[in-house]
Design a protein around this ligand. Sequence first.
Ligand SMILES: CC(C)(COP(=O)(O)OP(=O)(O)OC[C@H]1O[C@@H](n2cnc3c(N)ncnc32)[C@H](O)[C@@H]1OP(=O)(O)O)[C@@H](O)C(=O)NCCC(=O)NCCS
Length: 176
Amino acid sequence: MTVIRREEPRDAAAADAIVAAAFGPGRFAKSAYRLREGVAAVAELSFVAEEGARIVGTVRYWPVVIGGEAALMLGPIAIVADRQGQGIALALMQASLAEAKRLGHRAVILVGDEPYYGRAGFKRVQPYGRITMPGPVDYARVLGLSLADGAVEAMKGEVRKAALDERVAAAGCAVG
Ligand SMILES: CC(C)(COP(=O)(O)OP(=O)(O)OC[C@H]1O[C@@H](n2cnc3c(N)ncnc32)[C@H](O)[C@@H]1OP(=O)(O)O)[C@@H](O)C(=O)NCCC(=O)NCCS
């Protein structure tokens, strides 16, 4: 049985290892990583998937600012290789996005494949470039999800790093 639950401090090493195995060292070069550097993940939105005593999946979110408005950036999300294709990532997104909405977050963005993230409700930000990334990016992969009606559609501007928080170093990778 797969249990989706909030990440606890004791899960962090296992979650970090899944991300490292999924993305490799190249993750540190991505624009999304730059936005996470020196900023803590949103603790209450970090979720893991657990099977028995094994952590098999992780999702984390980082706070960002878009044109002066607070938003969330989804990712990294990763599942251990031998448990992919079972719907675990979708379940992690559904649980964490429901919690984000409950907590009053309004907009979520990510850089990733629309055919996959569309399953969780993400759409390309149109017109391309209305929300810009601080580094080179394929704008067909900049996706958004409004948790409050029209929240993503109302945003315009560059995605910027949220306030620095030295407590947790970003261990994330780019989504995509
Ligand atoms: C991408 C990832 C998180 C998906 O996790 P998962 O638990 O296997 O996903 P789900 O079981 O919810 O969905 C699997 C389905 O999505 C499809 N899918 C996976 N990645 C996809 C992509 N990039 N584009 C389109 N479809 C994709 C699979 O083919 C599968 O399709 P099916 O249901 O028709 O068989 C996982 O494969 C993974 O960890 N990959 C390596 C890390 C990564 O790329 N993370 C995303 C960027 S941060």
